[in-house]
Write a protein that binds this ligand. Structure first.
Ligand SMILES: *Cc1c(COP(=O)(O)O)cnc(C)c1O
Length: 402
């Protein structure tokens, strides 16, 4: 019989990274600006920009750093307000605060997407929008871009968990002014830590490059093909911006580059696993897996679903029953100090707002990791454990007649 798979271990790093890492260990050449050209970090930026179909990419130490630099690069006044979804990782409001800006939270619906009526209602008085595609769930980017464009508001996409996701055939992360991705170990491409921002905006990327730590004339190593717009932008910002030193190192770049050819396969396998699992869970009255939006092609490495008709204690009992069967279920709003529950963001200036819809969603939204490497049989073992756990909990209720 198939065992419950370990969904927490990472995948091995492709063999292709090994020779390059050996070369770096021998030479000690780990800093992106030592080589006169074609350092592994610069090659990563070129390859990633090409793969995403954008002009510019800047690799940095994390997606949080990419978000921070994107916000700084927008050149907003200190204290400007940035609209973010109320369901995201704590790093997102943190990056806004780090950039001396003020996060404004909007509601997220039970499908984990931005609640567009609350979004529209909160746009007045906001200076920028940061859309977080939490767990790879794409909000309606047509509606968001139309609302933001109508007010001239820049949109940053937090695509940390959306590498490979498409919206009406366009790559997520290329729709807003800037897109930010993560290479932290729980994302599709794993370098332990790392991030990248992509944009077509020369002035924005010039600012971000300098602030990321391209001191003196190191920005010149960010110019691949001749690009007078970019060169003029660098000249304009020379010596005028602080250096935050959020650079990526060559070792990380080698580990990331070796995984780029694997992205398409991981996306396909992850989507197939997810959709199979979703069909099995949706066949039960106790679970509801929200559909992808029309126009959204997902790249999941986990599954989220809502518990239906269970009260608070039953919800917790369900997580316990699943754990007893070897499957860890995170219910975002039920675990202590969860970093994805907005009420734990007590560092927010002015205190934590109330978001009743988002709170209700978080109290019954479950999260199970589903790495692309799982076989169909392993997915079935996980689905079976979840279905059995729900039956145990709800069967106990029937037995007690409550
Ligand atoms: C992981 C994640 C981040 C943070 O990425 P880091 O690279 O760890 O800084 C931000 N937003 C979302 C949606 C994420 O999943």
């Amino acid at each position: 019989m198939t065992q419950v798979p370990n969904v927490h271990d990472a995948d091995p790093i492709p063999e292709a990274a090994r020779a390059e890492i050996e070369r770096m260990l021998a030479s000690g050449d780990l800093f992106r600006y030592t080589a006169p050209q074609d350092a592994p970090v610069a090659l990563l930026e070129r390859e990633f920009a090409e793969a995403m179909g954008v002009r510019y990419a800047l690799a940095v130490s994390s997606c949080s750093a990419a978000l921070f630099l994107s916000l700084k690069a927008l050149d907003l006044p200190r204290g400007a307000r940035v609209l973010i979804p109320g369901f995201t990782f704590a790093a997102v409001p943190s990056s806004v605060i780090h950039a001396d800006l003020v996060p404004v939270l909007c509601e997220v619906g039970e499908d984990y997407r931005i609640d567009l009526s609350d979004f529209a209602a909160k746009l007045d008085g906001v200076d920028a929008v940061l859309v977080s595609h939490m767990r790879g769930h794409t909000s309606d980017m047509d509606a968001i871009m139309a609302l933001a464009d109508a007010r001239g508001l820049p949109v940053i996409e937090d695509a940390a968990h959306s590498l490979g996701t498409l919206w009406r055939g366009r790559r997520i992360g290329t729709i807003g002014r800037v897109g930010c991705f993560s290479f932290q170990s729980y994302k599709l491409v794993n370098a332990g830590e790392g991030g990248i921002l992509i944009t077509d905006d020369a002035d924005l990327v010039a600012r971000a490059v300098i602030m990321s730590g391209a001191y003196e004339h190191n920005w010149a190593k960010h110019i691949g093909a001749p690009d007078s717009t970019l060169e003029l932008a660098f000249a304009r910002w020379q010596n005028r911006l602080p250096l935050y030193n959020l650079r990526l190192n060559n070792l990380s770049a080698a580990i990331i580059r070796a995984q780029i050819p694997e992205i398409a396969g991981r996306v396909r396998a992850g989507r197939a696993n997810h959709d199979h699992m979703a069909a099995r869970l949706n066949a039960s009255p106790w679970f509801s897996v929200p559909e992808a939006l029309a126009g959204e092609e997902r790249a999941p490495d986990s599954i989220q679903f809502n518990l239906v008709g269970m009260d608070g204690p039953e919800t917790r009992a369900f997580a316990g029953a699943a754990a007893a069967r070897g499957v860890k279920v995170q219910i975002f709003g039920q675990s202590a100090d969860n970093a994805r529950a907005f009420w734990n963001w007590q560092f927010l200036p002015g205190g934590v707002p109330e978001l009743p819809r988002t709170r209700a969603m978080l109290m019954r939204a479950c999260d199970v990791r589903l790495p692309a490497r799982l076989t169909r049989a392993e997915c079935d073992v996980i689905a079976g454990a979840l279905l059995a756990a729900a039956d145990t909990v709800t069967g106990a209720r029937r037995a007690y007649g409550t």
